[in-house]
Design a protein around this ligand. Structure first.
Ligand SMILES: O=C(O)CCC(=O)C(=O)O
Ligand SMILES: [Fe+2]
Length: 269
């Protein structure tokens, strides 16, 4: 689903695009000032690295926890460009508002109690994964991001430049998503699929690489308020998914190493 971006001020959206592009254009030594530490998650580097032999995804990323605000680790927030921190703070606050509105509309659409749905996302916990996909002449030999579903409630994706690369899987086939200018792509994640008892489907997706042009995107993940138990909302009939502790779910998601819908399918009854 693409949402024309009324929720985010145009100037702010331009500013975040400029700051993010500037960060990735810095020399490696400068970006490494916020490198992900061994066994860490936040900062600049790579995720889902399990062995020296594996083929890596063709992407550099900057991953930051942005909400709740008091849990930010500012050490990993770049100081260059100097406007970066302030812009990211404002941009992510706006996106949290958009996410909250969408959760409300979804509750309405499903005819469920707002609190039952919104309670799972209380305080709107949020992380951003800023993806920089370098071009690759042999683009068909690499993947920017392996097929996966997002292990969260909902992702709001902004294209920083106009290079296409996102694909979604439907009926076993891959379809390219053409980003509309000024729009956010809204991706349903695993947690919403479980909560809605499968009425909303977590979309399997991947990112492909352009042979000539770099591609930059900002994924803002809206995730669980922990601790909690995730299970289908009672109003939605016989449950089709097991109820699972939120921490267990997150551990299982990362252990499943980006293998399409495999982990989510394992939670079906
Ligand atoms: O860059 C994209 O198009 C997809 C990003 C994505 O799926 C993610 O960061 O989880
Ligand atoms: Fe994703």
């Amino acid at each position: 689903m693409q949402l024309v971006n009324h929720g985010v001020d145009g100037g702010l959206s331009r500013q975040i695009k400029a700051d993010v592009s500037e960060f990735f254009s810095l020399p490696l030594e400068e970006k490494s000032a916020v490198a992900i530490p061994p066994n860490g998650m936040q900062g600049f580097g790579h995720h889902f690295v399990f062995s020296k032999e594996q083929k890596l995804d063709w992407v550099d990323l900057l991953f930051l926890a942005t909400r709740p605000v008091e849990e930010r680790s500012l050490d990993f927030w770049p100081k260059k460009p100097p406007t970066f921190r302030d812009t990211l703070d404002k941009y992510t606050a706006e996106l949290a508002n958009v996410a909250e509105q969408l959760f409300r509309f979804m509750a309405e659409d499903l005819g469920v109690d707002h609190d039952a749905l919104l309670g799972t996302f209380k305080g709107l916990p949020q992380c951003v994964r800023i993806n920089y996909y370098p071009p690759c002449r042999q683009a068909d030999k690499v993947l920017g991001l392996s097929p996966h579903t997002d292990g969260v409630g909902m992702t709001l994706l902004l294209h920083v430049n106009d290079v296409q690369g996102l694909q979604i899987r439907k009926g076993g086939e891959w379809f390219s998503v053409q980003a509309l200018p000024g729009a956010l792509v809204v991706n349903i994640g695993d947690v919403l699929e479980i909560l809605t008892n499968g009425k909303y489907k977590s979309i399997e997706h991947r990112a492909v690489i352009n042979p000539e042009k770099e591609r930059i995107t900002i994924a803002a993940f809206h995730s669980l308020h922990l601790p909690c138990t995730i299970g289908p909302l009672q109003e939605l009939g016989n449950p089709h998914y097991k109820a699972i502790d939120g921490f267990e779910f997150t551990k299982g998601y990362f252990a499943a190493k980006l293998e399409g819908r495999r982990y989510l399918e394992s939670l079906k009854l």
